[in-house]
Design a protein around this ligand. Sequence first.
Ligand SMILES: Nc1ncnc2c1ncn2[C@@H]1O[C@H](COP(=O)(O)OP(=O)(O)OP(=O)(O)O)[C@@H](O)[C@H]1O
Ligand SMILES: [Mg+2]
Length: 308
Amino acid sequence: MVKLIIKNLSKSYVDKKSKSLSALKKVSLNLDINGIFTLIGRNGAGKTTFIRIVSTELLPTSGKVYLDGVDVVKNPKEIRERIAVIPQEAALIPWMTARENIFAYLLWRGLSFKEAKERTNTVLTRFKLEKYADKLPRKLSGGTKRKVLVALVISSNAKIIFLDEPTTGLDPISRRELWEVLTELKKEHLVILTTHYLEEAEELSDYIIILNKGKLVKAGSINNIRDAIGYPYAIKIFKGFNKKIRLNGKVVKKNDGTFQVFSDERTANNLAKKLIKTKVKFSINPTSLEDIFYMLVGDIDKGEENEN
Ligand SMILES: Nc1ncnc2c1ncn2[C@@H]1O[C@H](COP(=O)(O)OP(=O)(O)OP(=O)(O)O)[C@@H](O)[C@H]1O
Ligand SMILES: [Mg+2]
């Protein structure tokens, strides 16, 4: 377990015209976490800012951050040995092979030649990357490059690994391959992740925080969040619905003529009992993170970027 305590964390960026933009607004958390901790939110919600502050790359404007018992603002050096980060725009060094990239990174982190060589080989084997090891990045597909980057941070043996959108732009198969790597990774490390793929966040995360315009909107496991919004079940009713049946809960009529009803367990059960007596097809599932996200963020925020 890793303790993460955040108190009133705020960050304002000031541009050249001295205009200030607040990217994080009084975010507070107090958690014991392990596994995969995921931040989700629209473009500009503050995810990268959060990661950069917690990983000591950026100073907050105000507030406190303690990660694994360390005040990361006061003692950044103390936490740096325990963390490894892949920033949002990370890329491999183009003139070095995959193997050399990992090896150089480990030397830079202070390992001896011998240790760095051994660890590079171990991680390449562990993630089945041997056949790509001696190729330059431009010869590798996007998915393989990402895997090499993930292998690189893992090779550090850091306790806490930050990955800012590691799967963006990957095809569905490469993405799932990376999910396997992350699932393997979370057995031994705390992974702090951001993603725009909500089915990915739902499948992988042990803990999710939803940010919107710099504010913390909801935090918890997917099940906690489902319960907290009061609509843990989603009933999809296909075409041909008999409108005599009353629909309780949050009802959304889709363009294709289907209805989506979000409700609590009792309402979902009652509705299912009524629907089963009719011929209409329906399905009941736990409400998806995508639907939750839309309820929490889409309804209140039809605007674009965070402008204030
Ligand atoms: N260095 C900077 N200087 C000025 N403004 C910045 C800077 N970095 C981020 N911002 C602004 O702060 C806000 C939060 O940005 P941030 O990069 O943290 O969002 P994000 O949630 O990671 O978005 P995305 O999903 O697009 O990666 C945005 O409005 C952004 O324009
Ligand atoms: Mg970002």
